[in-house]
Design a protein around this ligand. Structure first.
Ligand code: NAD
Length: 265
């Protein structure tokens, strides 16, 4: 199916690694014009080269710390200057380190809040005006299944992802009249297969700090679909939700792409 994304201006934050990388490469196959915003520009450029080969109409990499509003404003300005506007924002940046809440403190909480939530506020606020002016746009935010039922060792992260779900619903209600749709995708455990798929500061650089191989195996076995997630699984849902042609009547929704880990009616 042609998703009608060819030539559209798409921003993907955190596009240099794992899920974000798969999202960039999937928009490339749809011939979009892509702004890849990440802290890791070197890895971003490698993903950009792959995206051009995969069919992207154009790709620019803009070094951005999404927690800094001024840097986000510069990055969105680049998208508007180069591609004439912003049709799609994918809020993909996120970060976590698995620890029991009782072992964490304010410095750690603030980092989780800034990277997982303040970054989304900055990016969402900055694209809204051009989208409203343009009378349309789509925002897809990457949340987590940890937002839906709580997870041990992910208390603050899960809380911020639940905040993201609620934020997107509110923004969807406020801006539907302007043709702006907002949705969330919740991955389950989604692990990069190779080093090539990870940026330097990917939270997967030390996989064993997340789970042991035995734990990864147990998680996969416990899922109805019997395997861990891949970046491509998440990317397919993101691209679908951002397509006006495919999902033009879908807004304010939270979609799990997690092999059946959560099933929420
Ligand atoms: N991988 C999973 O198992 C999983 C599960 C549930 C939800 N998620 C969510 O999916 C999203 C992507 O996860 P991933 O596994 O691909 O992560 P990752 O750590 O592999 O990649 C994140 C990317 O974001 C960039 N980044 C980090 N902080 C940034 C900042 N302040 N400004 C700009 N860029 C920054 C990093 O450089 C990196 O390229 C995140 O929102 C994450 O919370 C992931």
């Amino acid at each position: 199916m042609d998703l009608g994304l060819a030539g559209k201006s798409v921003i993907v934050t955190g596009g240099a690694s794992n899920i974000g990388r798969a999202i960039v490469l999937t928009y490339a196959q749809e011939h979009a014009k892509i702004t890849l915003a990440d802290l890791d520009v070197e890895q971003g450029e490698q993903v950009a080269a792959l995206a051009l080969k995969a069919g992207a109409e154009s790709v620019q990499v803009v070094k951005t710390d999404v927690t800094q509003l001024s840097e986000v404003e510069f990055m969105v300005g680049q998208a508007i200057q180069c591609y004439g506007g912003v049709d799609v924002l994918v809020n993909n940046v996120g970060w976590d380190k698995l620890q029991y809440f009782s072992e964490t403190g304010p410095e750690f909480w603030q980092k989780i809040i800034d990277v997982n939530f303040v970054g989304m506020l900055n990016c969402t606020k900055t694209v809204l005006e051009p989208m409203v002016q343009n009378k349309g746009g789509a925002i897809v935010s990457i949340s987590s299944d940890a937002s839906r039922q709580g997870e041990a060792r992910e208390a603050v992260y899960g809380g911020m992802k639940a905040a993201t779900n609620s934020l997107m619903k509110s923004i969807a209600k406020e801006n539907g009249r302007y043709g702006v749709r907002c949705n969330c995708v919740c991955p389950g455990v989604t692990v990069p297969d190779t080093d090539e798929e990870m940026s330097a500061n990917s939270m997967w650089q030390d996989k064993s700090a997340m789970f042991t191989d035995e734990q990864f195996g147990k998680i996969a076995k416990s899922l109805p679909l019997k395997r861990l997630g891949k970046g491509q699984d998440v990317a397919n849902a993101v691209v679908f939700l951002s397509s006006q042609k495919a999902a033009g009547y879908v807004t304010g929704q939270v979609l799990s792409v997690s092999g059946g880990y959560t099933m929420i009616g």
